[in-house]
Design a protein around this ligand. Structure first.
Ligand SMILES: NC(=O)c1ccc[n+]([C@@H]2O[C@H](COP(=O)([O-])OP(=O)(O)OC[C@H]3O[C@@H](n4cnc5c(N)ncnc54)[C@H](OP(=O)(O)O)[C@@H]3O)[C@@H](O)[C@H]2O)c1
Length: 164
């Protein structure tokens, strides 16, 4: 039995996830949630995400990085140049599979996703990187928690894929 594919993302109402190579917001509660959810797991991510997360290997995370640049190899970091191979490697590594973006990687894996750990930020924000439209697929919300800080309201939601 293959392991389920989980996407984890913080996404604005207008589907923005990034701006100028960084997150468009600073939401400490969501960062803590992201770190907690990915601790000990296999994380699949693109080269930009990898380069902006120097401590990705902390907490026993197992990174699988997608890039054409093979020289990024480091101990305990698996490198591949395509999504299908990244998913095959992730299946062989211990822990859950958490797909952490960015845009193209979410686009390629959303059709295969079994679950989305979604933080929906209730705002339209400027940005240059987007999460693909997920609302036209069928999901069952298995968990939901509303929260807010001084700047944003947001909802932590677990969406399980419903396949007819
Ligand atoms: N809000 C969130 O939850 C969230 C999550 C993730 C990212 N972000 C934001 O999104 C931005 C980064 O995402 P991004 O989409 O720009 O970059 P990314 O996916 O992290 O990295 C892009 C690079 O990954 C490699 N790559 C990606 N897809 C590939 C494919 N299908 N085949 C081969 N190589 C592939 C290429 O690397 P090479 O050029 O080395 O070949 C590409 O240049 C940042 O602003 C970040 O803060 C936000």
């Amino acid at each position: 039995m293959p392991k389920p594919l989980n996407l984890i993302v913080a996404c604005a109402e207008n589907r923005v996830i990034g701006h100028h190579g960084r997150l468009p917001w600073r939401i400490p509660e969501d960062m803590a949630h992201f770190h907690r959810m990915t601790a000990g797991q296999t994380v699949v991510l693109g080269r930009v995400c990898y380069e902006t997360w120097p401590r990705v290997r902390d907490d026993n995370r197992k990174p699988v990085v997608i890039t054409r640049n093979q020289s990024l190899a480091q101990p305990n970091v698996r490198i591949t140049n395509n999504v299908p191979e990244a998913l095959a490697i992730a299946q062989e590594l211990p822990g859950e599979i958490m797909i952490c973006g960015g845009q193209r990687i979410y686009e390629e894996t959303l059709p295969l996703a079994d679950r989305i750990y979604l933080t929906l930020v209730h705002a339209d924000v400027p940005g240059d990187t987007f999460f693909p439209e997920w609302r036209n697929l069928k999901w069952r919300e298995t968990d939901r928690r509303e929260s807010a800080d001084a700047n944003y309201r947001y909802t932590f939601s677990t969406l399980a894929r419903v396949r007819d």
